[in-house]
Design a protein around this ligand. Structure first.
Ligand SMILES: Cc1ncc(COP(=O)(O)O)c(C=O)c1O
Length: 396
């Protein structure tokens, strides 16, 4: 059957490709250590599951408004006020089918053919594909390790043209594991003043921050930032609910209405009983749920970064957010390891998986071929085992 040019041009997600090969090897009985996961290794808390079961039993099994039930949008508005110092009314909020859908739909609602979207490296793999699906062009801005891979105000200034329609910010960052400080975000907000650039602020990892890191929502920085920002978040990471597909977007009424119109023809509402579970999640003991997971991630991330930095030719900033280490391994490029010449992050990941049975994700699809991504959403025992293997493999 014919396949559209649009579909042909979308590559499969690189993160999924590595996970699939690791699964294949596991199915053959190989003991693979996987650092590929993009989801917490904790279960969804019981009180959330119970709320979904209760909603099902109460007959919450029919269509709702495309943008989501008003009770949920009200609870999200309260959350944004309480935790993020953001004032949104329920009609400024839409519930989407995961944060990934929020990104796709926000871009469909804002972008026109020919528009440019600034994506600082490293960027989450979905961003450039969602930009292209909206017939716009990604403008990739290379950042430096010296600045922990964050875009500087000057780099941003240099990238803005009259075609720039959007900037995507993701803090805490996947795959970089860094978090912008409030001061850094204020500098970025200043550069944007007087422009028409819309900001997507992807805040999905907001609760997973470490050490003395402070999280601030971009839209809360000033009236100007508020007016130009679509604040994007979801329940996947905070509540270990990746499979539930619950995300949301908050922003100017007209943009949210445009997203709702698109959504009404694409997917309609998010699963109805899931929306009731989301109310319970956001109203529940959020601090407790998150803290348990956060403390564990912090311990693992610290250990992983320390071990990585002790490896010859590997440099890794300690993660301040999310659950990823993103070391620079490029000093090993050009080497012949067990008969394989390592010519970049893809070769590195492939050879490591096949030869030492450790799965990680190459940095190339995130725009950083010098790096690889290791998720620490797995036990400390697995982390130790995998890093021992990596150490031995690199030492050959
Ligand atoms: C940076 C970033 N944004 C958004 C998402 C979307 O998550 P979901 O679609 O599960 O809500 C992810 C998931 O990996 C992510 O890493």
């Amino acid at each position: 059957m014919k396949v559209s040019k649009r579909a042909k041009n979308v590559p499969a997600s690189a993160t999924i490709a590595v996970t699939a090969r690791a699964k294949e090897l596991k199915a053959q009985g190989v003991d693979v250590v996987s650092f590929g996961a993009g989801e917490p290794d904790f279960d969804t808390p019981d009180y959330i599951k119970e709320a979904a079961i209760e909603a099902l039993k109460a007959g919450q099994t029919k269509y709702t408004a495309a943008a989501g039930i008003v009770e949920l949008r009200t609870v999200i508005a309260e959350k944004l006020k309480r935790e993020n110092n953001l004032e949104y009314s329920p009609d400024q909020i839409i519930v989407n089918i995961g944060g990934k859908h929020s990104i796709y739909e926000a871009m469909q609602a804002v972008l026109d053919p020919g528009d440019e979207v600034i994506l600082p490296t490293p960027y989450w793999v979905t961003y450039p594909e969602a930009v292209k699906l909206a017939d716009a062009s990604p403008v990739i801005v290379q950042t430096d390790r010296a600045n922990s891979y964050k875009i500087t105000p000057d780099q941003l200034k240099g990238a803005i043209t009259e075609k720039t329609a959007m900037l995507v910010l993701n803090s805490p960052n996947n795959p970089g594991g860094f978090t912008y400080t409030p001061e850094e975000l204020k500098e970025i907000a200043k550069v944007l003043e007087g422009t028409k650039v819309v900001v997507i602020s992807d805040e999905i990892y907001e609760k997973l921050i470490y050490g003395d890191t402070k999280f601030v929502s971009f839209a809360s920085l000033s009236k100007d930032a508020y007016d130009r920002t679509l604040t994007l978040n979801g329940l996947s990471k905070t509540f270990s609910m990746t499979g539930w597909r619950l995300g949301y977007t908050a922003g100017p009424v007209d943009t949210i209405k445009a997203m709702a119109r698109l959504q009404s023809h694409m997917t309609s509402n998010v699963v109805t009983f899931g929306q009731y579970a989301a109310i319970a999640a956001l109203k529940g003991p959020v601090g407790e749920v998150v803290e348990r997971m956060r403390v564990e991630f912090e311990r693992r991330g610290k250990y992983m970064a320390e071990r990585l930095n002790s490896l010859k030719g590997v440099q890794c900033p300690e993660p301040t957010g999310a659950f990823y280490c993103f070391p620079d391994v490029s000093s090993h490029y050009g080497r012949n390891i067990n008969g394989t010449i390592i010519n970049g992050s893809v070769d590195f990941a492939k050879a490591l998986l096949e030869q030492a049975n450790v799965a990680l994700v190459p940095g190339l699809p995130f725009g950083c071929d010098n790096n690889v991504r290791l998720s620490f959403a797995c036990s400390l025992e697995q982390i130790t085992k995998g890093l021992n293997r990596l150490e031995k493999w690199l030492g050959q």
